[in-house]
Design a protein around this ligand. Structure first.
Ligand SMILES: Cc1cc2nc3c(=O)[nH]c(=O)nc-3n(C[C@H](O)[C@H](O)[C@H](O)COP(=O)(O)OP(=O)(O)OC[C@H]3O[C@@H](n4cnc5c(N)ncnc54)[C@H](O)[C@@H]3O)c2cc1C
Length: 459
């Protein structure tokens, strides 16, 4: 049964969980525990390469002018040489591969370090997909890529208790439609939308009821998109994979969240097959999380949350300024951090008493990771609990990932798959959005240099 979230009111009294942190003694600081770095499995050449690439990416003008530099290389040295150069450097550092063999080989390296891959494909980042007006082919091929991600995860993570994959909803449904649906949701007209989704899910091969807020062509696309989504989630359910739906821009997030939470009703009866993402830089994120948790409790289904700070900070601020609206994101980094830690605390506290609640702490922030670890320890939750996962981007903050893995936590590396042509533009955009994280890779670089030096001195 599909339903509107607004009707589910939280009855639980809010307790400031963040105070729990204050009383918990920090069991083991990451700093003191990274003395051995965890880079033993990497060759000296690999370490050198990683240090140089991270250093170059931390240089802001290099990332800002990434596309221009890339264009210059293509023009001057030709496509073959540039592609080979990219493949051996940036692509190798931040991407997991394109062919099945290459992906599985790199997954093996991740697994050797007691971590697992979290595969995501970058197809949705291609230059404008020509949108639904020109046909469904692009979206269909993205669905096929998602199905491939699911199959690869089955192959690569056989020994993992939890097998997640990452998915962007706008790879399946046009962002313009998400914007229209979001406006409908924000106006409170959720009942018509809920029953329309239900009618699509129930009448898979038949004509479905019409809705007032989409024209005929938009409806045609939206129906195809919801059917694509159902195919992805059905496949994931069959293969015991959890699909973590990414959060995107704030003006399309209501639709992403509404569709995802309604899909939870169909697929999350026995496992958290569909999971949402909460961007803690959003002032509204804590309340949305509580509302969705209550929704799942009400229907006695599994709830899963990927918790991130958020990747579209600058664009959100610019958009709000242009529209002369209050910015949806916190004014300061400290406020975002406080909110992130509050959201994590709420989830971990819930997990200590509810087997149907799941979290992925998706962050490179040392303090947030340490606080999560403290909270898990203080509540006596098993470190290896399949309900609590940690994740960092492939090629970034490896020392944090390795420390977590060494200490028995479930760790995943978010690993983009695709060809060099597909992934490099995606990575330039990500590097711009996440430049602060790359700047913070100084810690990683220092540890890698220490490892290189110790090898040179004590060979
Ligand atoms: C596995 C994984 C999945 C992800 N999925 C998503 C996703 O679905 N959607 C998405 O948007 N992002 C996603 N991200 C990216 C994520 O949102 C962050 O951009 C990135 O991880 C940096 O945050 P951090 O906690 O790692 O690092 P930190 O360096 O601690 O935080 C940097 C982040 O803090 C926030 N911030 C910085 N300054 C300010 C300020 N002045 N005011 C308010 N906030 C500020 C910004 O969000 C910035 O990106 C994902 C990241 C990972 C590792």
């Amino acid at each position: 049964m599909f339903c509107c979230l607004q009707t589910i009111q939280s009855k639980t009294k809010f307790v400031s969980l963040a105070t729990g942190f204050k009383n918990s003694s920090r069991a083991q600081s990451i700093n003191s525990a990274t003395k051995t770095h965890g880079f033993e499995t990497k060759s000296t050449k690999q370490l050198f390469k990683s240090v140089s690439i991270l250093k170059l990416c931390a240089y802001r003008p290099f990332v800002e002018h990434g596309e221009k530099i890339l264009g210059y290389f293509y023009k001057t040295f030709g496509k073959t040489f540039t592609t080979k150069l990219l493949q051996a450097t940036f692509y190798d550092q931040f991407c997991i591969g394109d062919s099945t063999e290459e992906i599985l080989r790199k997954c093996e390296v991740i697994k050797r370090e007691n971590m697992f891959p979290l595969l995501c494909n970058t197809a949705e980042e291609k230059t404008n997909p020509s949108s639904y007006e020109f046909g469904e082919t692009w979206f269909d091929s993205n669905k096929d890529n998602m199905l491939k991600c699911i199959d690869l995860t089955c192959l690569a993570s056989q020994s993992a208790v939890t097998k997640p994959v990452q998915m962007k909803l706008t790879a399946i449904i046009d962002a313009k439609i998400c914007k229209i649906l979001s406006d409908v949701i924000l106006k409170g007209h959720t009942e018509e939308l809920g029953s329309w989704l239900q009618s699509i899910a129930e009448n898979r091969s038949k004509v479905v009821q019409e809705v007032s807020f989409l024209d005929a062509e938009q409806q045609k696309h939206a129906i195809c998109a919801i059917r694509r989504l159902i195919d992805v989630f059905s496949n994931a359910l069959k293969k015991q994979i959890n699909v973590l739906v990414d959060a995107e821009y704030d003006d399309i997030n209501p639709a992403i969240n509404f569709i995802s939470t309604n899909m939870m009703l169909l697929f999350n009866k026995n496992a958290p097959v569909v999971q949402c993402t909460y961007q803690c830089y959003l002032k509204s994120s804590y309340n949305s999380l509580r509302q969705d948790m209550e929704f799942c409790k009400h229907f006695n289904i599994h709830f899963g949350a990927k918790v991130v700070r958020g990747a579209y900070l600058e664009s959100e601020r610019i958009k709000a300024q242009k529209l002369n609206m209050e910015s949806p994101v916190f004014e300061t980094w400290q406020q975002t951090n406080k909110n992130y830690n509050k959201v994590i605390a709420k989830l971990i506290e819930e997990i200590s008493k509810n087997k149907k609640c799941h979290v992925m702490v998706a962050s490179h922030n040392k303090e947030s990771i340490e606080l999560s670890v403290d909270f898990i320890n203080s509540l006596g939750i098993e470190r290896s609990s399949p309900q609590i996962l940690f994740a960092q981007l492939y090629g970034l903050s490896d020392h944090l990932s390795l420390w977590l893995a060494k200490n028995g936590f479930q760790v995943y590396k978010s690993s983009p798959i695709g060809s060099v042509d597909e992934t490099i533009p995606y990575m330039i955009r990500r590097a711009n959005e996440n430049n602060s994280v790359i700047q913070n890779s100084r810690g990683d670089r220092t540890l890698m240099m220490q490892e290189i030096l110790s090898r040179c001195l004590f060979f």
